[in-house]
Design a protein around this ligand. Structure first.
Ligand code: BJW
Length: 248
């Protein structure tokens, strides 16, 4: 398939700013993994159409029925284990070698950025390949889907996925690091996020208000579209490689 030509959509001034940028970040959401076959949360065919987030992605829902939540996380671990990072993850990893300072700020828990070769990654919503004891906070790293549901800690308590559910604070070091990166970014790319879940959704506005350039990649408009210098509409796995060809 011929790659998309974006030359008429991107101004020379924007290309110049990106080429001269020293500090660059990429905020990613579920849309960046969509072409790997991982469903997004919202919109047609999204996870929340089929599953009730109150039961699966809140601390209260989990404690009411840990088996139900773990069944769902085990299913997702199996899907994510089988899937591969796509062209968008790979181009984002390639970008890291091009700029003096570069960070991936991801809301995704799938670990695909690391698998694609990105190194400086801030995971805002945790990681599906870690679990945490609900009583003593012991962390266990996983390299394959959980076998027994619910998994138990050595202390006898239930383990939970080490992810951030609604109503829970983000890990303070992650949101602090991401906020600093956002404020200092000359350019932030915002890729495949609906940009409605806070506090991550506020990061592009930090870049913008500090004088940085916000460039969005999405298949549809989001709240970021209103203030981005440029939105490239289309699947990230097609748009990002074509865009990177123009910049390099
Ligand atoms: C493509 C594409 C392709 C498709 N190419 N693009 C009002 C104001 C402010 C805040 C709140 C409020 N009311 C409630 C809150 C708080 C709440 C919140 O923001 N709610 C909003 C929904 C209103 N936030 C929280 O609760 C957070 N915590 C918090 O605020 O703590 C405060 C606190 C402080 C001190 C003490 C206690 C509390 C926590 C949020 C946690 C979110 N967790 C989840 C689940 C993670 C674990 C898991 O995966 O199992 O995180 S929910 C889900 O949403 C997941 C995602 O990371 C997150 C964001 O979604 P994302 O990634 O943007 O995906 P989608 O599906 O929404 O969008 C996909 C996009 O891709 C779309 O735009 C598509 O068009 C696009 N796309 N294919 C490019 N091929």
């Amino acid at each position: 398939m011929a790659s998309r030509d974006l030359s008429s959509e991107v101004s020379r001034a924007i290309l110049d700013r990106i080429r001269k940028a020293r500090r660059v970040s990429v905020l990613t959401g579920a849309g960046v993994s969509a072409e790997s076959g991982i469903p997004t949360f919202r919109g047609a065919g999204g996870i929340w159409e089929k599953y009730d987030f109150n039961k699966l992605a809140t601390p209260h829902g989990f404690m009411e029925n840990p088996e139900l939540a773990w069944d769902w996380y085990q299913l997702r671990q199996r899907e994510m284990m089988k899937a591969q990072p796509n062209e968008a993850h790979l181009v984002i990893a390639e970008m890291e070698d091009h700029f003096p300072s570069f960070a991936v700020l991801t809301q995704n828990i799938d670990g695909f950025h690391r698998r694609a070769g990105s190194r400086n990654i801030v995971e805002l919503h945790g990681n599906i390949w870690r679990m945490r004891c609900v009583r003593d906070g012991t962390i266990v790293e996983l390299d394959s889907p959980v076998e027994h549901i619910p998994p138990l800690c050595q202390c006898g308590s239930i383990m939970r996925p080490d992810v951030v559910w609604f109503g829970e604070p983000l890990p303070s070091e992650a949101i602090e690091a991401a906020s600093t990166v956002a404020r200092e970014s000359d350019v932030m790319f915002v890729v495949g996020t609906s940009a409605i879940v806070y506090p991550a959704a506020a990061l592009p506005a930090l870049t913008k208000s500090a004088g940085g350039l916000v460039v969005e990649v999405n298949v549809e408009p989001t709240p970021v579209t209103a203030y981005a210098a440029l939105t490239l509409f289309g699947p990230a796995g097609e748009v990002l490689p074509a865009f990177w060809t123009l910049v390099r």
